[in-house]
Design a binder for this molecule. Structure first.
Ligand SMILES: Nc1nc2c(ncn2[C@@H]2O[C@H](COP(=O)(O)OP(=O)(O)OP(=O)(O)O)[C@@H](O)[C@H]2O)c(=O)[nH]1
Length: 392
């Protein structure tokens, strides 16, 4: 599946940069165009791979290239005012060659949190291609204002995109790590999961023919209908030369032997369970998921239809959804069989409820402090008996 990716804010830009690196490394070809938008000049300069001409600095007259300092209302205002500059970079994208737009942003800051929903609304008005969001939730240790920003941006962003895929920094942060090295690992995790998912719909001619290949329309259909999505992942190392043909191998038509062994099937079904029940990009209850897509990637001799069918059935039972799609993504040179599960339209997400609760407390607190602050300042500045006179 070919995407036009727009990274909004620092986190968004860094993650899109990582997608370009992933594309180069794996040859998956999912990033047709990459754009970064920011109010901070230094953040744009820190990117490695996004072409210079696709780095758009907005809000120069308002914040002089220094960012909006976690003020997402200002981030949204600037994005609206300078939307033509962003559109200027998007005009250079060959939109007829892309399957969808993907707007990536950290939701706890100011620029991406406020700007990403504004851009989504704008793109949806102009283009017929789907507009997806990849929103990153802040860690709970980042503080009240980040949580409040994220909770407000989340409500807006979900409404404006065709689907919001969420990654929760909080459930992925590791104690004792520096913020930067922590983000590097987290960003690798994001790119790996989304890379396999979107790469699955991007099989080129001449690539290994899959038994039941995932097409980009299956990804689009799973995401359509809107709402919030999360992604599960699990993998197991396999020997490249090994084809598991020891037990029950059978040959089906064609020239190539199709290996179908109990071992291969069991491995696939167990990877499907691990992916769905392990750590999701946004932890949630999978029961009640509206739609799902299962992608099995790896060397083709380690993939089989029976395993995917069983995995799909199991997912239907667990989610209660009648719309579970599945297929393979053959990667002949890989040392791993990996299972990626897209759960679209999840609704039972305790993390979001908790985020909203903390956000409401932060909002009340901020209001209390603001209303007290005028009184406090007055009592500090005025002398008790009112004997002093200000100059003017
Ligand atoms: N996963 C991930 N999250 C990040 C990264 N950098 C920042 N974040 C998260 O994204 C949130 C927003 O941060 P930024 O993207 O730096 O903020 P911004 O959109 O540039 O906005 P301002 O700096 O306020 O102008 C933070 O609260 C973090 O939770 C990153 O490299 N990876």
């Amino acid at each position: 599946m070919k995407l036009a990716m727009i990274g909004f804010g620092q986190a968004g830009g860094k993650i899109v940069d990582k997608f370009l690196e992933y594309d180069d490394r794996t040859g998956s070809g999912i990033v047709r165009s990459a754009v970064a938008v920011n109010t901070a000049k230094a953040d744009l300069m820190g990117l490695d791979r996004i072409p210079q001409e696709n780095r758009v600095l907005i809000g120069q007259s308002r914040v002089k290239g220094h960012g909006v300092g976690a003020d997402n209302e200002l981030g949204a205002e600037i994005a609206e005012e300078d939307i033509d500059e962003v559109q200027g970079a998007i005009d250079a994208i060959p939109v007829h060659e892309v399957d969808a737009f993907l707007i990536v942003a950290g939701m706890g800051g100011g620029t991406g949190s406020g700007g990403a929903p504004v851009l989504a609304k704008h793109l949806k008005r102009i283009y017929t291609e789907p507009v997806y969001g990849l929103g990153v939730l802040p860690g709970s240790d980042e503080g009240g204002i980040y949580t409040l920003n994220a909770a407000r941006s989340f409500q807006t962003f979900v409404r404006e995109v065709d689907n919001l895929m969420v990654f929760d920094n909080d459930s992925w942060r590791q104690s004792g790590e520096s913020v930067e090295s922590g983000y590097a690992e987290i960003n690798d995790e994001i790119v790996k999961r989304f890379g396999i998912l979107f790469g699955a719909g991007e099989i080129n001619q001449g690539d290994e023919v899959a038994e039941s290949v995932v097409d980009s329309s299956e990804i689009i259909n799973t995401l359509s209908g809107g709402g919030v999505s999360t992604i599960g992942y699990a993998r197991e190392e396999v020997e490249k030369g090994d084809d598991d043909s020891g037990l029950l191998s059978r040959f089906t038509g064609g020239d190539e032997p199709q290996v179908d062994t109990a071992h291969t099937t069991n491995r696939i079904t167990s990877l499907v369970r691990k992916a769905a029940l392990g750590r999701l990009t946004l932890p949630c209850e999978i029961d009640g998921t509206e739609r799902a897509l299962l992608v099995l990637s790896g060397p083709p001799q380690h993939l089989n239809r029976k395993g995917i069918e069983r995995g799909r059935k199991w997912l239907e039972e667990q989610t209660g959804s009648m719309e579970v799609r599945g297929g393979d993504y053959p990667v002949p040179e890989s040392n791993f069989v990996a299972s990626v599960i897209l759960l679209a339209g999840v609704s039972n997400v305790p993390r979001i409820k908790e985020l909203q609760q903390v956000a409401i407390e932060a909002q009340d607190n901020i209001e209390d402090i603001r209303s007290e602050s005028e009184e406090n300042l007055e009592s500090l500045v005025e002398d008790d008996e009112d004997e002093l006179e200000p100059l003017f």
